[in-house]
Ligand binder design. Sequence first.
Ligand SMILES: Nc1nc2c(c(=O)[nH]1)N[C@H]1C(S)=C(S)[C@@H](COP(=O)(O)OP(=O)(O)OC[C@H]3O[C@@H](n4cnc5c(=O)[nH]c(N)nc54)[C@H](O)[C@@H]3O)O[C@H]1N2
Ligand SMILES: Nc1nc2c(c(=O)[nH]1)N[C@H]1C(S)=C(S)[C@@H](COP(=O)(O)OP(=O)(O)OC[C@H]3O[C@@H](n4cnc5c(=O)[nH]c(N)nc54)[C@H](O)[C@@H]3O)O[C@H]1N2
Ligand code: SF4
Ligand SMILES: [Mo]
Length: 690
Amino acid sequence: MKNQANGIFPAVCPLDCPDTCGLLLYKEEGKIVKVTGNPEHPVTQGAICNKVRNMTERVYHPERVLYPLRRVGAKGEGNFERISWEEAVQEIASRFKDLIAAYGSESILPYSFYGNMGILSVDGMDRRFFNKLGSSILQQGICNAAGSSGFKYTMGFGGGTVPEDAAHAELFIVWGGNIVSTSMHMVPLIEKARKRGAKLIVIDVHKNRTGDRADWFIPLYPGTDGALALGIMHVLFERDLVNESFMAQYTLGHEELREHVKSYTPELVSSITGVPAEDIVKLAELYGESPSAYIHIGNGLQHHDNGGMTVRTISCLPALTGAWLKRGGGAFKSNGAYASLNSNALERPELRPNPDARVVSMNQLGEVLLELDPPIHALFVYCANPAVVAPDASRVDEGLRREDLFTVVHDLFLTDTAKYADIVLPAASNFETTDIYNSYWHTYVQLQEPIIPTVGESKGNVETFTLLSAAMGFEEDAFRETEEQMIRSALDYPDNPYLEGVTYDALKEQRFVKLNMEERIHYLDRLKTPSGKIELYCEALEEIGLPPLPTYIPLIEGYDGQRRPGKESKYPLMFISPPNHSFLNSTFANVKKLASLEKEPTLQIHPSDALHRHIADGDEVVVWNDRGEYRVRAAVLDKMLPGTVISQGLWWENEETGKPQRSNVLTPDRLADMGGGAVFFSTTVDVKRQ
Ligand SMILES: Nc1nc2c(c(=O)[nH]1)N[C@H]1C(S)=C(S)[C@@H](COP(=O)(O)OP(=O)(O)OC[C@H]3O[C@@H](n4cnc5c(=O)[nH]c(N)nc54)[C@H](O)[C@@H]3O)O[C@H]1N2
Ligand SMILES: Nc1nc2c(c(=O)[nH]1)N[C@H]1C(S)=C(S)[C@@H](COP(=O)(O)OP(=O)(O)OC[C@H]3O[C@@H](n4cnc5c(=O)[nH]c(N)nc54)[C@H](O)[C@@H]3O)O[C@H]1N2
Ligand code: SF4
Ligand SMILES: [Mo]
């Protein structure tokens, strides 16, 4: 395909988005000229977002890194000279060897996330390389770690209601997410259901694009969702809207829970959440009386100090009503676990000479680079842009600026992170490489093969880490495997019955292959919690110092449960910085067409908060706390409760204006209550006119 000048070729969207769309790439004279959805994809059915319709602007962007580069100016300045791959690889290998000899292999830290969701790219040859190297291990808690952990404490498994079933729900609750922007294929599915009378409720700290479409939008104070869920439980038990036989058969601890939630009266919960008591009762009744209620648990509500407990609590709701037994009912946090692959075969942990190597959190990169003892001396960043996306960005900058830190960045662009690199390696896009993709929402696995030759001298991750392995002198066969061999071994995984029938040959022939969802009939009978039941009472939580029953725990930095700032909240406003519609995290922030749709970063502020600060709509404002400051334009709107301000989008620094515009200069690097998750939204700030 890559050598054919013209034609229409199937492809997969590589971005960190639940929908993992099937694409069609139109080629003319050897170049991709158009990207559309593939109408044959059973779930995404030909519809794609505007971001990826503009993917050619990214693939052929004039600023794509085309050659390996070596830094010539100061760190962060962004001045580089062109070098060859041979030089780059040799320099990296010799620096790594020297560092290992002087300080040990744990002085090297990989830093990666899912800028390309390809399994071979981010969970494949790279892992083999760092395992064999014996580097420090990165704990990848930046995205859904707290919430996924919370869901698992309750359900034992990282999979819930799948889209084909959700389509049959009568009530959709989108809770702490923004599906219109972040999982757009849920929308037609809900709209179709609404035509036959289904309802959409959105619960969020601000009226996002999804809230705009809701039958009922419920605003609440950040980090108080756990209390709202407990209030719903209180009403469900009190009004006998629970399913006793379901609870008896499938749950552990419903009697304890019944007693426990007596104290979460609608009045108390209203005082915590800001949701009127009568609305809490109405919401519980709608939920309890719905023939089939589906809860879409977004990622936003778990980026908090209490994010794990919040998701654990919400995911208990369907067990009270028995919604899991209704077609379309239940809950979704992530469906990634249905498509679990053979990670040992992919990552080869047995290559690691030091299985007990230290584990460091990607959410504390600044701290790790500045304080860790013994120190990190080399950082290898790929498929991630930590200077923009990681919390406490000023500390991250300070760490990246360290003269004695050897930094390599493999990316398609000179991102804010790459500007700090000693060596930049040009990355190929996924349309230039072979990989497989599973989705954390739908149930199809897809194959991508190269559609165009690599742009410039760029190389995909597999090839890059294969080259580096050779330069390090790694001789195992694992470093010589082809993509096909890696895919075959990843799919050979009898431990996951959902993977039955998904083979390399089937993928070659069909492009998208459905998981064996027949297996889901056994979902409730084969739960992987210690008790095999849905754990309303969860002993394992006591082991990590948390209450075994769902409990509202106020934020460390945020409201204290009585609408007063909590003990570490020096500032009066809660600052929420969710993703925006036109970027994918910080990806596309450098694509003019998409950046111009978003215009500029803004701060949405409630009229009452704006008034006493003398801030008018359109004013330039400074947003600050002890960690840093952020200068943006105010948008005075009443889309949230007073006391909460919103700034959407992960923007790169603006070289033209020089205005600080990374929201993460304000966010804390504390870890959430579970899973080492990030707590971006448990942030307090103040705002003034510039
Ligand atoms: N267009 C676009 N799509 C994306 C992304 C993107 O950047 N842009 N990112 C991708 C990634 S990596 C992810 S993880 C997903 C995330 O997608 P979602 O699961 O939709 O999560 P977020 O967009 O992070 O959710 C943000 C919402 O949570 C709300 N929120 C914040 N705090 C609270 C709270 O305490 N309670 C409640 N109820 N709501 C709260 C915010 O107001 C915001 O509306 O989207 C993916 N898709
Ligand atoms: N304030 C705030 N911060 C947040 C969030 C938030 O809501 N608010 N959301 C958080 C969440 S949920 C997430 S998931 C993280 C996302 O954090 P990241 O995954 O770091 O986000 P991206 O900005 O998408 O950066 C991905 C990078 O990978 C590069 N890339 C793409 N394909 C390839 C490839 O094949 N090879 C290589 N080597 N590089 C490639 C892209 O060019 C891009 O620069 O951000 C987190 N940060
Ligand atoms: S970003 Fe999401 S919606 Fe857009 S094309 Fe990719 S998978 Fe589809
Ligand atoms: Mo994410």
